[in-house]
Design a protein around this ligand. Structure first.
Ligand SMILES: N[C@@H](CCC(=O)N[C@@H](CS)C(=O)NCC(=O)O)C(=O)O
Length: 202
């Protein structure tokens, strides 16, 4: 498999670099985070965002889709629950829960804090964003009070995806009061291939 990665740093690209390290899949780097918004990157990711990859000549974007695909290509790494089984439904549940019920709220606050030009920012929703994130974080906290990892009682790519978001939540102060999320992050940080960063950016 021929893999070229576009993106670098502690942003969502870190999910892909961690998955590549866990699977042992060789790759080349086609460009770093300074490619964001360029026409060259838009040829691969139409929004000009990172991460994106080209695999055997075909573009693929969305960090969770990239990581899931890579994990499926390396069955020997045992990094993802098998397709069609209950474990895979749990993988999908937690990845989608994380991206739609948690990360989206953090993203809205980030977009309206520093990503959009100042006149376009709408800050009225910040409190609500935090409350919505915390409502879902409480559920994840309850889940992780009972087990170390999210799927099949073992570390999988679901933890790479969800862990990145939880680490972002920690930085924003929105994990306060959820001790199981802190313990989960400690477990993830202790893993040898972990690419999460205490100072990660979005
Ligand atoms: N849902 C996408 C989000 C991609 C994304 O927003 N990437 C950020 C870096 S973490 C980016 O490229 N931002 C530039 C921008 O929004 O213009 C994914 O998970 O891959």
């Amino acid at each position: 498999m021929d893999v070229t990665l576009y993106g670098s740093g502690t942003n969502r690209t870190a999910r892909v670099t961690w998955t590549l390290a866990e699977t042992g899949i060789a790759h080349t780097v086609g460009g770093a985070s300074d490619m964001i918004g360029t026409d060259a990157l838009k040829d691969i990711h139409p929004l000009g965002k990172i991460p994106a990859v080209v695999i055997d000549g075909k573009p693929l974007y969305e960090s969770a889709a990239i990581c899931g695909y890579l994990a499926d290509q390396a069955p020997e790494a045992d990094l993802i629950a098998k397709p069609g089984g209950w474990g895979r439904s749990q993988h999908d549940q937690w990845v989608m829960f994380c991206l739609t019920e948690m990360e989206a709220w953090l993203w809205n606050t980030a977009v309206n804090s520093f990503l959009l030009p100042e006149p376009e920012r709408i800050t009225a929703g910040f409190e609500q964003n935090a409350a919505m994130y915390r409502k879902s974080a409480a559920i994840l906290n309850r889940e992780l009070s009972a087990r170390d990892y999210l799927v099949e009682d073992r570390f999988t790519v679901a933890d790479i995806i969800v862990g990145w978001t939880v680490n972002w939540g920690r930085r924003t102060g929105n994990n306060d009061g959820f001790p199981a999320l802190g313990a989960y992050l400690d477990r993830l940080f202790a893993r040898p291939h972990c690419t999460l960063n205490r100072d990660q950016d979005c």
